[in-house]
Design a binder for this molecule. Sequence first.
Ligand code: AP5
Length: 220
Amino acid sequence: MRLIFLGPPGAGKGTQAQRLAERYSLVKISTGDILRDAVSRKTPLGLTAKSFMDQGSLVPDDVVIGLIRERLKDSDCRSGYVLDGFPRTVPQAEALSKILEEQKTTIDRAISFEVPEQDLIRRLTGRRSCPACKRAYHLDFQPPQQPDRCDVCGERLIQRKDDREETVKNRLRVYAQETTPLLKYYDEQKILSKIDGRGSIDSVMNHLLEVLKGVNKGQK
Ligand code: AP5
């Protein structure tokens, strides 16, 4: 299965992608995680990306397209993947279509997680992330077993710099302007499914699994 997860910051894309990937042995490819790793290692990619990310703006298309083009060549992608946070602009979506065409593959479904703005702000400002294994927690909705420690790898949890309220508001504006046109793009390709991203993490997962059953049967 090859999937795209769309949705505003905090909609739960990463949380659901992680669970789905573990359940079905898919690769979770998060451009945000790849870029954050590059920033923390101060690589040339990280040095380019940092100022955009700190402001909650998008990293230039050519940078992320190059990164995905290389990542999708890796052999682990053959068993299927979830693209979490890519594409985010129409030029990125068009570039992805080209890459897939070259690879003679297609995307099975683009899933949009829909969550109202006031919930997103609460989710993001309360999020804590594991810098090592990339799991997300939430102080109220998904607290770690031990305060400030990742349940899985024990690493100290951090608050992402771009999860502060002012930056979150800019990220939401950028999503509305740059990424919402992709809903039309994938709807026209008849591969878009919208999922209500409110409710518990488990109930959103159940809804997602229902939609994916339909994908296997070729339904919308
Ligand atoms: P990225 O890391 O992709 O951030 P994002 O898209 O803004 O998404 P988030 O990771 O914030 O949210 P999510 O939907 O994954 O939510 P999560 O599951 O964590 O990108 C960061 C930056 O990198 C961008 O701003 C940009 O600069 C750059 N970038 C990345 N990709 C790019 C691209 N393609 N082009 C250009 N630039 C790019 O959940 C959020 C919180 O809510 C967590 O605390 C979680 O525990 C909690 N939660 C999840 N589900 C629920 C639920 N159902 N109920 C209650 N709480 C929940």
